[in-house]
Design a protein around this ligand. Structure first.
Ligand code: NAD
Length: 407
């Protein structure tokens, strides 16, 4: 297939999408193949229906994880990374983390090697999904979690190791600290460059999707030069790049008496621990949330619990060169091959991918049909056990039911 069927990224970051784009997929390990089959069927049906056959995705299988290891001896072949980059957009199922094979995690490797610096997790309630909170309808947030630095950069020294001792001695002798000899040490880098590119993406997304605020989540009261700096750099980049479209929360009160002017996005910040409370108690006050890596990891799963858990939560890892859409849960090995689990996380990630491509007619069909399927109480086991009188469907039947609801 020639380059004319590839999605390309324009200089301004927008995508050029042909009518029959080739899109690579990694089906993943464990339950990956079955949730991918259901997802592919749903995406293809939605695209066919939304565009009367004028648009169609041509799927290209690429290898990673156990399947790649069996076929090539390599868990993450270079060709796979090159294919993702060449096609600008890809979708993947969950992958097993090889234990003791010298690879920390294939997902982390993909993010690092392709510089997918923004982990994007929309958290929106779908009607009829069982929820542990009173007012899940108010939850509509999108988390932009920085993916490349913070304590997740992997700079760690084991207590008592030669490197650990070297770092500890340097800090104690040269920098005036008093670290105990049996301390492990982790380094937490947070840079202006990486913060600003993440917050830029979060603000651009909020403006494009009609959100009213971007909240900078941080723990700057304790970690001033990392988390505190994250918030300050966030405000700085809003002023540098989006001066006419944004106001700070302080300006909202000082200059506008708390009345948000139309078409102005409010930039605010919240201390991480307090934000955990507020997203539960006052979810309507939050739209897009930009956060460093570790906070974002915790917040994403906590918020997902409000709207049905990880089985229902979509996600994407996005950089300037490409974007990878993925299920947010793992490979659930004990269910592998049983045709039983809920494919919604990957299906909704597929809908996000269609949004990213500008194919919103198709993504809307998917979300509406998924909601109608759940409303009619025909669901997979995980939801069936929480809904009275539900009819339990297999994974493949649930995919089929979504397609039928599109009609
Ligand atoms: P997991 O998410 O695979 O499963 C935990 C439990 O959650 C399952 O036993 C099941 O009860 C439930 N569950 C998960 N997905 C579900 C679905 N679609 N429908 C219904 N129920 C679902 O987490 P784990 O057991 O900690 O990890 C298993 C493997 O997955 C490990 O190798 C881990 O490294 C890997 N993993 C991969 C990713 C990824 O690829 N993005 C993410 C997390 C874990």
């Amino acid at each position: 297939m020639g380059t004319e069927n590839r999605i390309t990224i324009n200089r301004d970051g927008t995508l050029s999408v042909p009518d029959t784009p080739q899109i690579p997929f990694i089906e993943g390990d464990g339950i990956g193949p079955e949730i991918w089959r259901a997802t592919r069927q749903v995406i293809d049906a939605a695209v066919q229906k939304a565009y009367d056959g004028r648009k169609k995705i041509s799927w290209l299988e690429i290898l990673a994880g156990e399947k790649a290891f069996e076929k090539t001896g390599n868990w993450l072949p270079d060709e796979t990374l090159a294919d993702i980059e060449k096609h600008a957009v890809a979708i993947k199922g969950p992958m097993t983390t090889p234990v003791g094979k010298g690879i920390r995690s294939l997902n982390v490797s993909i993010r690092q090697k392709l510089d997918l610096y923004a982990c994007v997790r929309p958290v929106k309630y779908i009607q009829s999904v069982p929820s542990p909170v009173k007012d899940p309808q108010s939850v509509n947030m999108v988390i932009f979690r920085e993916n490349t630095e913070d304590l997740y950069a992997g700079i760690e020294y084991q207590a008592g190791s030669p490197d650990g001792d070297k770092v500890r001695r340097f800090l104690n002798e040269q920098m005036g600290t008093a670290l105990p000899a049996d301390a492990g040490i982790g380094i937490k880098p947070i840079s202006a460059t990486n913060t600003k590119r993440l917050v830029t993406r979060a603000i651009a997304y909020a403006l494009e999707h009609g959100f009213t605020s971007v909240t900078l989540m941080h723990k700057g009261n304790i970690m001033k030069f990392t988390e505190g700096a994250f918030a300050q750099w966030g405000y700085d980049v809003a002023a540098e790049k989006f001066k006419d479209q944004t106001i700070t929360e302080k300006e909202l009160w000082d200059d506008y008496q708390g009345e948000q002017p139309e078409k102005k996005l409010v930039i605010k910040d919240r201390i991480a621990d307090m934000l955990f409370q507020q997203v539960l108690l006052r979810p309507r006050e939050f739209g897009v949330i930009a956060t460093p890596n570790l906070n974002g990891d915790y917040l994403s799963d906590a918020l997902a619990a409000q709207v049905g858990g990880l089985g229902m939560a979509p996600g994407a890892n996005i950089g300037d060169r490409c974007a990878v859409f993925e299920a947010t849960h793992g490979t659930a090995p004990k269910y592998a091959g049983l045709d039983k689990v809920n494919p919604s996380s990957l299906i909704l990630s597929g809908a996000m991918m269609l949004d990213h491509m500008g194919w919103r007619g198709a993504s809307r069909l998917i979300r509406d049909a998924l909601q109608d399927t759940i409303k009619s109480k025909t669901v997979t086991y995980d939801l069936a056990r929480q809904i009275n009188d539900a009819k339990q469907l297999k994974c493949s039947e649930f995919g089929q039911a979504i397609v039928e609801h599109m009609g």
